[in-house]
Design a protein around this ligand. Sequence first.
Ligand code: PHE
Length: 362
Amino acid sequence: MATNTDTIDSLSGDWLARVEAATDLPSLEAERVAALGKQGAITQLLKSLGGMSPEQRQAEGPRIHALRENVTAAIAERKATLERAELDRRLATETLDMSLPVPLGEQGSVHPVSQVMDELAEIFADLGFSVATGPEIEEQWYNFTALNMPESHPARAMHDTFYLRAAEGEEAKVLRTHTSPVQIRTMMSQKPPIRIIAPGRTYRSDSDATHTPMFHQVEALVIDRGIHMGHLKWTLETFLKAYFEREDIVLRLRPSYFPFTEPSAEIDVGYTVVNGRRVLGGAEGFMELGGSGMVHPRVIANCGLDPDEWQGFAFGCGIDRLAMLKYGMDDLRAFFDGDLRWLRHYGFRSLDVPTLSGGVGA
Ligand code: PHE
C-alpha cells in the first residue's frame, strides 16, 4: 500500500474526527475496532510495512506508528470523557432521598392497647404523673404480702394466680395478678410526694368472652400529705373526661373491699345505650371500670413510710375494657389473636402520636 505524508495526515484527521464524533461508549468501541482491531484500517497500514522497500519503510514506519499512537490516545481520552458524562448523568437522575418513608407504605399498625397506654401516659403526664414499671414475673411479697395480703389471707384466692415452679428452698414466683405491686416498688424506691401510673400486662387463670389469661391494667398511685377521697374522685373524673373526650361522664364510687385500700370503692361509670351499643356518658346504666381507695396505712408502713405523715389514693382499671369502650370492639379475645385483618381495622397509624391538643384519640 503506497502512502505519503498527505494521506497519513488526512487519515489522522479522519480518525480523530470519527473518535470525537462517537457520542457513547458502544460507538466509540466500534471506531476502535475499525481503526485498531485485527482487521482495522490502521492495523492494515502497519502490516503493509512488511511489503515495503527498506527506504520506504524507514520513511513511512514512524508516521504510521505515530498515527496509531495518536488514535489510541484520542480513543482513551474520549472514553474517559464519555464515562465521566455517563456517571454525571446517573448521579443526576438516580437520586435517593434517605429522608423519605419506605415507598411500600406503612407496614403494620399500633395495637389499640398500646395506643390506649400512650393516651393514658399523655393524659396523666398533664396531671403531673410519671410512668412507673415493674416485672411481670413477681415475688409474692410484692404481689400479695406487702399489699396487706398475708399468706393465709383469703383474698389471695380471689385472684386465680399462675404460680411458677420454685427453685429449691425458694418461694415460688407468680405472674403478677394486678399492677398493684408497682405501688410497692415505687413507694420503696421513691421519696414522696409520689404521682405515678403503671400500665402493663397482668395474668389470671381465667378465660371466656370477657376474660383472657393475660390482660392489661393501669395502676395509679398518689402519695402526699393531706390526700383524701376528693382527690381520688377528681382525678378519676378528669382522667375519664379527657380519655373519652366528653364532659357528661358520670362517676359512681361504690363501697367495696380491697385488702390494700381503706376505704375501698369500685369505680362505676355511667353509659347511655345508642343503637343497641353502650356509649360512655350519661347515666342510663353503670358499668364497672376498676377498683380504688385510700392506700391502707399498713401498706404505707410496709414500704417504710410513716402513715401518720403520708396518705394516698390508688386505683386500678382494665386497659382492654377502656380500649373496647372507646374504639368499639366487642370481643376481648380478638385483641390477642394477632389476626392481621383485625389489626389493620382497629390498629392505629404508627406516626400518629396521641396529644391532648389533638384530642387524645386523634
Ligand atoms: N388491684 C386491684 C385489682 O386488680 C384494683 C385496685 C387497684 C384496687 C388499686 C384498689 C386500688 O382488682
